[in-house]
Design a protein around this ligand. Structure first.
Ligand SMILES: Cc1cc2nc3c(=O)[nH]c(=O)nc-3n(C[C@H](O)[C@H](O)[C@H](O)COP(=O)(O)O)c2cc1C
Length: 356
């Protein structure tokens, strides 16, 4: 069905298509009957793929990356489609429009997207109301960030505010310092800033009475030493995991405007895996890594895992493969594990690095 519709859908502005997908998914979200019938049409989660990390039981390794369901309109529908977890957000304290449209480009020949959305979202109160109305029926994390006009101290306060407001609904919180589309945001990935940010968000969660694992989401455009240091400092400050990576602002020629937007999908894959490996070397013995960037097949997911990821996420692969994407990836993972004679997916974590 998606295969037949795709040529038509791909003629329309990507954000418009995304809006249609969300309308369908939010209808599914509101109907227990539809969710049940979708969930029944896919295989039950296979225990060989279940992952326990950060005190959370994930039924399967592949989750939906932040940015697809920014406003918690569809988390339960997306879980019904077979994602092992869904990361809602990025949510900021106040609602904001983001950059003027158009602000997403599709590159089907490269299996890639470029976006410069700038965190459009409904704000923490509306997202909290939706999560209250539709309590997560699986693992839902919430990714938080600052409003566009908040800089310096105000930006740090925004993270605390959004995290504390949304924690009660979330299995974990992700602190996003890595989008290329909010000016100044990536400077928060510098070590002193990371330490303060993680510690303050953890304190804010404690004060709110909802302690939760906090993950730091990093970008792929720093050097290896800088990346390792950011991960170490975050973990020392109490982070429970690292999400690696966000989109890259280093785009090959022909893929979008060199000065604007972040590239995701297949062309990001190799770089993302390299960052996963760097983070694994730095903190892999202490915390789990969520590998993101160009995961489109089971093979891609296993590659991230073999380089140190415990869990994986994807966004762009879902756009290109459609609603059956999570089920297909998990089936492909199991088939490859059979070929390799591997019993459980976690047996492969870091294998390509540890074996060097
Ligand atoms: C249209 C679009 C919007 C995104 N919005 C967010 C966001 O709000 N917050 C965030 O942390 N990452 C966001 N991302 C980044 C993804 O979560 C992911 O890190 C990145 O796309 C790499 O994964 P992929 O290659 O599987 O897409 C967005 C990505 C895309 C394509």
């Amino acid at each position: 069905m998606y295969g037949a519709l795709k040529p038509l859908l791909f003629r329309v502005d990507p954000e418009r298509t995304h809006g249609w997908a969300l309308s369908y998914l939010s209808m599914v979200q509101r109907s227990g009957w539809l969710r049940g019938s979708i969930a029944r049409r896919r295989p039950d989660p296979n225990p060989r793929l279940s992952v326990s990390a950060m005190g959370i039981q994930f039924p399967a390794p592949l989750g939906l990356a932040a940015g697809f369901d920014k406003d918690a309109e569809a988390h339960n529908a997306l879980l019904a489609h077979g994602f092992g977890h869904v990361e809602v957000g990025t949510v900021t304290p106040e609602p904001q429009d983001g950059n003027p449209r158009p602000r997403v480009q599709r590159f089907p020949d490269h299996r890639a997207l470029v976006n410069w959305l700038g965190f459009p979202n409904d704000g923490q109160q509306t997202v909290a109301d939706r999560l209250e109305e539709h309590p997560p029926e699986g693992v839902v994390g919430v990714n938080v960030g600052p409003n566009k006009d908040s800089t310096g101290e105000a930006a740090l306060a925004d993270y605390e505010d959004a995290a504390a407001r949304l924690a009660r609904y979330a299995a974990y919180l992700t602190v996003n310092v890595s989008s290329p589309n909010t000016p100044g945001l990536r400077s928060l990935q510098e070590p002193e800033q990371v330490a303060e940010l993680v510690a303050r968000v953890l304190d804010a969660l404690d004060e709110a009475g909802h302690p939760r694992p906090v993950l730091l989401k990093i970008h792929p455009d720093a050097g290896g030493a800088e990346t390792r240091q950011a991960a170490e400092v975050a973990v020392d400050a109490g982070a429970s995991g690292i999400v690696a990576v966000n989109t890259t602002s280093e785009k090959p020629e022909g893929l979008g405007d060199p000065d604007q937007g972040g590239l995701s999908g297949s062309p990001l894959s190799g770089r993302a895996t390299q960052v996963v490996e760097q983070v694994y070397e730095a903190v892999g013995e202490e915390v789990p890594i969520v590998g993101v960037g160009g995961v489109e097949t089971g093979e891609d997911a296993l590659d991230k895992i073999r380089h140190g990821a415990t869990l994986v996420q994807a966004y762009t692969g879902f756009v290109f493969r459609g609603p059956r994407f999570p089920g297909l990836v998990h089936e492909e993972m199991l088939a490859t594990m059979d070929d390799l004679g591997v019993d459980h997916v976690t047996d492969l974590v870091g294998e390509a690095v540890d074996g060097d």
